[in-house]
Design a protein. Sequence first.
Length: 215
Amino acid sequence: MYNFRMKLRAILPLGLILFLLASCAPKKAAPTPDLQFQIDQAVAATLIAMPIPTQIPPPTPYPTPTAISLTGLFCEYQFCIGHPADVAFYDHLATLDVGTPSAYGNGFVYAYQIPSMIISLIWLQAPGATDPKFLLDTILDDQADVPAGSLEVKLIRGMNVVYVPITTSIAEVPSGSAAAWTCGDRVFAWKAYTQQADSASGLFSDAIGRFTCGQ
């Protein structure tokens, strides 16, 4: 026991000296930061923080104005024709058979305003035809239409036109007129039934005045 105490007394001062020496030793200096690394980090942070410029929106397309008014104008099957603004043309062939509507080569459309007006328009592809009277005879109804004057032959805007006023057996629309003309490789025939005799000629003037066809 005595020897153990003696050894302990000898060890304790030595341990205390070692502890004091360790605490007084200079501390190891921290590594010097890499200056280039710090610069790169700062540049990257600046780029991330910069606002992204707003992309220029694409230009908005706007419809170009038409050269003529589309009010009261029917355009289909590569031709256009005028009509009263409060009516519209319907494809008569399509109402008879959905599978065989009007086309460029032949067609039949009509417009009506019960009980004061009915307008019909037919056309037929006939290359080389110069006299449209055969289609005028086609659109006139032998059972209902009677010519009320002599046949007029006119040259309207470069088109050969035949025109005739008519009376009808339809009590609601007893008057009217019919016309036919050539344009390109097609022949057109038009007919109107009206309540007043002078109304039909005005309808035809509006129709043929705005008529054009793809030639």
